[in-house]
Design a protein around this ligand. Structure first.
Ligand SMILES: Nc1ncnc2c1ncn2[C@@H]1O[C@H](COP(=O)(O)OP(=O)(O)O)[C@@H](O)[C@H]1O
Ligand SMILES: [Mg+2]
Length: 227
């Protein structure tokens, strides 16, 4: 489902070269919920961005759903991402000028769909995250936990097979964080969505299938959990 082969990422600025990822291999199975932990600056976001085709590796290959992505044009990348991947970020990345329903509908604008279809799918996604009664609110009228639920609805509205979440509970208190985690667990269990989540919270990682630890751009530990 997700395969990274000898992925390297080097950031080059005028004065220094940073090796963010140093020969990463990773296989994530369909339906798996993988968590990634590691200290700040160890390459977690870089790894997730490369997996999600938001960034290109300096070397190595990314294979998603059986397609080798290396060499895709920007247009092909955008299309593949739109149809296969949902992203969730720590700081929600919602558009404050748009109502909740319009934020959720955004990924569908790139598809060939009627207004009604887009609306119905967006309401369906918002219902799954328990926010059907907030569709006409604006993001700044919602709590942090509710904003992250809107972001999840936006991530799942196009029915992606893969969700990538970069510290999705990082800005939330433990109650709201647990609510977000419960939604992700339910998506994984009931819809079989493959999820890769970066987290600083070991109690969240323990609820997933497997935890991999990153340090200075390489794997240092891996643990599988039985539930
Ligand atoms: N766009 C960039 N340009 C230069 N260096 C970067 C860039 N993005 C990340 N880095 C560097 O790469 C390393 C890994 O960063 P990141 O993946 O964001 O780590 P994490 O998410 O684990 O905190 C850090 O040393 C960071 O400073
Ligand atoms: Mg990060």
């Amino acid at each position: 489902m997700i395969s990274l082969q000898n992925v390297e990422k080097v950031y080059q600025t005028t004065s220094i070269e940073t090796v963010a990822l140093d020969g990463i291999n990773l296989e994530v199975q369909q339906g798996e919920f993988l968590s990634i932990m590691g200290p700040s600056g160890c390459g977690k976001s870089t790894l997730l961005n490369i997996m999600g085709l938001l960034d290109e590796p300096s070397a190595g290959d990314v294979i998603l759903n059986g397609s080798k992505i290396t060499g895709y044009s920007n247009k092909q990348l955008a299309r593949f991402r739109n149809q296969n991947i949902g992203f969730i970020f720590q700081s929600y990345h919602l558009i404050n000028d748009l109502k909740v329903i319009d934020n959720v509908e955004l990924p569908l604008l790139y598809r060939n769909m009627s207004r009604k279809e887009r609306y119905d799918l967006s309401v369906e996604a918002l219902t799954k995250v328990g926010l059907k009664n907030r569709i006409d609110h604006f993001p700044n009228q919602l709590s942090g936990g509710q904003r992250q639920r809107v972001a999840i609805a936006r991530a799942i509205v196009g029915k992606p097979t893969i969700i990538l979440a970069d510290e999705p509970t990082g800005n939330l208190d433990s109650r709201m964080g647990n609510e977000i985690m419960d939604i992700l667990l339910k998506l994984n269990e009931e819809e079989g969505t493959t999820i890769v989540m970066v987290t600083h919270d070991e109690s969240m990682a323990l609820k997933t299938h497997r935890l991999a630890r990153l340090f200075d751009g390489t794997w240092v530990e891996e643990k599988a959990f039985q539930h």
